[in-house]
Design a protein around this ligand. Sequence first.
Ligand code: UTP
Length: 289
Amino acid sequence: MKVTKAIIPAAGLGTRVLPASKSVPKEMLNIVDKPAIQYIVEEAAAAGIKDILIITNRGKGVIEDHFDHSFELEYNLKAKGKDEILEAVSKSTNLANIYFIRQKETRGLGDAVLRARGFVGDEPFAVLYGDDVILGETPATKELCDAYEKYGKNVVGIKEVSDEFIVKYSSLKIEPLSATEYDVSDMIEKPTLETKFSNFSVLGRCVLKPEIFDILEKTPLGAGGELQLTDAMADFARKGDMVGVDFSGTRYDMGNKLGIMKANVEVALNHKEIGEDFKAYIKDLANKI
Ligand code: UTP
């Protein structure tokens, strides 16, 4: 079955990027000239996703505005013949059918995913974490959807990370299936260095079967007193129903300050309008530091 629906949980508190995220949701923080969440919606659309549900909470109304028409702005740009800017501004409104729902309490990523039950119905669906931007030739979501069609199993996007990060993310028990695909037989959220299975972690993307909702309903609160998606996905892994894909793109964590800076610098270096000037600036700066 083809995956045509995706959800983007974007209802977290973003405490690691305060005060920037006090009144601007972290998903709306810029990478050069577009908010992070637009890169994520563009990735989903490029992977063939038609319907996207964004899970927000209080104070995140600007995300809805960003994907809506801005009549006055577009009218003015058109009247002034600023066609290129007009195209850039209206692009965000035409990427996919975008829906919104609120998570009323910040009870964790698993709880945010549960809010999507009515939208998803009885189909497999992709999850794109709202603060993980992945850039590359092939959309990571497409690589995961392809693996879903090939194996008929739940799929998680994975990468090898250092010990410093494995204790903050999740750790996977894996066996290779091919150069980039792995069988995942167990997983643990926020392990210690003693309890980790490996240094491979789920990073930002999954394709899940709708059975995840029943599992989530029964999953007790986990690390940090939150309903953890990893704890529910571990059920699939232990039943032999999970594959990991080491996706080809580069992932930028927009939930921390260094990740935001790396994303901005790397996107700016390749930007068609400012790339050359920025490269010269960075080279000059590098000679001075
Ligand atoms: P994080 O683990 O980064 O949590 O969420 P957070 O609360 O946003 O960030 P910190 O730890 O306070 O700095 C991963 C993704 O899950 C979403 C977030 O918006 C982010 O995209 N999320 C998290 C929810 O939608 N709801 C939640 O209750 C928690």
